[in-house]
Design a protein around this ligand. Structure first.
Ligand code: SF4
Length: 169
């Protein structure tokens, strides 16, 4: 079994055992809401700065775009569990051969993404996006990553209390 498949199983097992407790946790509820809003703001910044359109055009000509195979291996159980808590399905079969497990015909199928995915700019985008537009995008992306980091830390901490340490995912 590949690493990411193990991580998906761990995320699902964790939520099946503790999902209701995590969902009822007030801190986690607030952090989930902040994170979801921050993700939306990054998406909005991508649209406003023309990044989303540039990525869509690139994706039409190169299937999967910059979503390379193997990036899925960087995801661990906690970020995958957060995706499920946010209402995202975790893809378990590769839709686009030769691309990341999580990319579909309309882009990434996850809501909570790895820092690499949030920050990655191909050379073409780097050359187009400078100055204020880049600063606005960076501010939104930075906030998204900060909210995700805070949430992940609390989810890990709650699960470590609920589950004996020797069986932690
Ligand atoms: S953005 Fe999504 S689909 Fe693209 S590499 Fe990252 S996880 Fe994979």
């Amino acid at each position: 079994m590949h690493q990411v498949e193990n991580q998906i199983v761990q995320a699902m097992k964790t939520l099946s055992a503790f999902g209701s407790m995590l969902r009822e946790d007030r801190d986690i509820g607030l952090l989930l809401s902040e994170y979801a809003n921050a993700i939306q703001r990054t998406k909005l910044a991508m649209e406003q700065e023309g990044i989303a359109r540039a990525c869509a055009i690139c994706d039409e000509t190169s299937r999967g775009g910059c979503c390379y195979p193997g990036v899925e291996e960087w995801y661990d159980w906690s970020l995958l569990a957060i995706n499920i808590l946010l209402g995202s399905d975790i893809p378990v079969t590769r839709e686009i051969p030769g691309a990341c497990l999580f990319v579909g015909p309309r882009g990434c199928r996850l809501l909570a993404r790895h820092a690499f995915c949030v920050n990655y700019f191909c050379p073409d985008l780097i050359s187009r996006l400078r100055g204020e537009p880049q600063n606005r995008f960076n501010a939104a992306a930075g906030q998204e990553l900060l909210c995700g980091f805070r949430l992940e830390r609390v989810v890990r901490s709650r699960v470590s209390i609920l589950r004996p340490s020797r069986t932690l995912p």
